[in-house]
Design a protein around this ligand. Structure first.
Ligand code: AMP
Ligand code: MG
Length: 432
């Protein structure tokens, strides 16, 4: 039996940059779709949005206090006649005349005649009269109409990922739906006879499925739309059925396991049959995640990422190949997580083997300088070492990084991390 199912023996090691190019070159954004604002979190805008009115639409008060004519307060303390109260939501009907004031609440429309607001803390009530204790100037504590954004100005550029704050800003501008790149729907399939079903007893020799929950969670974290395709045994027709189902239901499919050189590594065999010439079985010059398959499933050319089976390899393969491709489909300009240059607190040792090692590390930036240390054992089956890590150190071929040496780290826990200007591919181009 040829375990490679018609595929030749695994070829030479391919540099990571070349493998990424083989994946990313043919990937572009999904066609734009109009989504209701409340469904658009994390999506990337497909067109620029222009404000169709001033925000705020009317000049209003920035404080709870009194709407006054600034000129009436020049000789403070000044006594002004209080002629009314304006609450947020009211449309004021009465002008503020000379030596008059109106009580006004934050966000309430500034009445005609008034040009400033005196905060309540700077006043003293005297029945129908208010004493303004401090002189004010025109426009003090006043929010002019259009001071957030003016009618006709660009609210949002095309290509902007929608954060919660953008959702709020768009809502305040009266935008109810937005043209965005839709979230790619991504199927996740686990393969292997050794996997027991969820909740089933663990009999000797078998293991629980770690990859599918982790990959589904990574997809959710990345604002993609995960589709659970379940698990299948090492059986060609079962794998093929699930892949075809994935190609019908999804914009992309992730599999784990079955892409190495074992006797039942059949995912690569099935993908070879289903994807034809678009399929590439690669031995990438990295550790972990060396074996990797990329192809396109007919009839819709759905990209499929055949990730290696070991739990750390599956996640590292996802980070290096699938996530950037899915981000390109989702319309993102920046495809990779941020990379920081860190000082190795202790040595990050390895043996020379012609590969870049992606070592699991904890990176921290306590005093404005990034520091990295190993998160534990570096075996590709050590899922705790990955779980404890928040970064992948790019350790070039050789004997590793000595204590105190510098290393580039992909920050996995990347919320709010800016990172270097250089892209991962630029960096790979100059690795020794
Ligand atoms: P394979 O390439 O299919 O031989 O898988 C490599 C290693 O990863 C083997 O030890 C598998 O048992 C393990 N593995 C494969 N799939 C999973 C999974 N979904 N969860 C945990 N371990 C897995
Ligand atoms: Mg397997």
């Amino acid at each position: 039996v040829n375990p490679h199912g018609g595929l030749s023996r695994p070829g030479d090691l391919i540099p990571l940059a070349d493998a990424r190019r083989a994946v990313l070159d043919g990937i572009g954004p999904l066609p734009a779709q109009c989504l209701p604002l409340e469904q658009a979190l994390g999506c990337v805008t497909a067109e620029r949005i222009v404000a169709t009115s001033d925000i705020p639409a009317f000049t209003n008060s920035a404080m709870d206090g009194y709407a006054v004519r600034a000129a009436d307060t020049t000789d403070a303390p000044a006594r002004l006649q209080v002629t009314g109260t304006i609450l947020a939501g009211d449309a004021p009907s009465r002008r503020v005349g000379q030596y008059e004031a109106q009580r006004i609440m934050t966000g309430a429309c500034l009445p005609a005649g008034a040009d400033a607001v005196v905060p309540v803390e700077q006043t003293r009530p005297l029945g129908e009269v208010v004493e303004v204790l401090v002189a004010t100037q025109p426009q003090r504590y006043v929010r002019p109409a259009g001071s957030d954004i003016g009618c006709g100005e660009e609210l949002l550029a095309a290509g902007t990922p929608l954060t919660p704050s953008w959702i709020g800003a768009l809502a305040s501008a009266g935008v109810e739906s937005v043209a965005v790149r839709p979230r790619p729907r991504v199927g996740v399939l686990s393969t292997g006879d050794e996997l027991v079903g969820a909740g089933a007893a663990l009999v000797p020799g078998r293991i629980r499925d770690a990859n599918r929950p982790a990959l589904l969670a990574l997809l959710r974290q990345g604002h993609f739309d995960p589709v659970d395709l379940g698990q299948v045994g090492d059986d060609e027709s079962a794998i093929a059925d699930s892949l075809v189902e994935g190609a019908v239901r999804c914009d992309a499919v992730l599999t784990s396991g079955g892409v190495s050189v074992g006797d039942v590594d059949l995912v690569k065999v099935v993908l070879h049959k289903l994807c034809g010439v678009s399929m590439r079985w690669m031995q990438v010059a990295i550790k972990p995640a060396k074996p990797f398959v990329f192809g396109r499933l007919t009839p819709n050319d759905v990209p499929v990422f055949g990730l290696a089976g070991n739990p750390v390899s599956a996640v590292v393969g996802f980070e290096l190949f699938a996530r950037p491709a899915l981000r390109a489909m989702a319309g993102h300009g920046r495809l990779d997580r941020p990379i920081v240059r860190a000082r190795a607190v202790a040595g990050l040792e390895r043996e020379p083997d012609g590969k870049v090692h992606l070592m699991r590390v904890v990176v921290q930036n306590p005093l404005g300088r990034w520091e990295a240390r190993s998160s534990g054992a570096q075996g590709s089956h050590v899922s705790l070492g990955l779980a404890r890590a928040n970064g992948l150190a790019l350790v070039p071929d050789g004997h590793g990084i000595p204590a105190g040496g510098e290393v580039d780290v992909i920050v996995l826990d990347d919320e709010g991390v800016e990172g270097r200007d250089t892209t991962l591919d630029d960096m790979l181009g100059v690795l020794p």
